[in-house]
Design a protein around this ligand. Structure first.
Ligand SMILES: [Ca+2]
Length: 75
């Protein structure tokens, strides 16, 4: 086992730990106003994306956990 096996992403910046993909995502998706930092609204949209419905996800999770015979319908 090599000493650096946990970090198998060759593109990762050793100082920041960010990959080129991380930086691209930050610039194009997260930093909406392009000022180089995330303000509270940008952080909120990062943590709670508009295209993800937590209620539906939790409902599906609860039904899956409660459904003993695993015959269920997801929303
Ligand atoms: Ca910003």
């Amino acid at each position: 086992m090599a000493a650096n096996d946990e970090d198998d992403d060759d593109d990762e910046d050793t100082e920041t730990g960010w990959t080129a993909e991380d930086e691209e995502e930050f610039r194009t998706e997260l930093d909406k106003n392009g000022d180089g930092v995330l303000d509270k609204d940008e952080i909120y949209h990062w943590l709670v994306p508009n295209d993800y419905d937590h209620i539906v996800d939790e409902s599906n999770h609860l039904f899956a956990e409660a459904d003993d015979d695993k015959v269920s319908t997801s929303f």
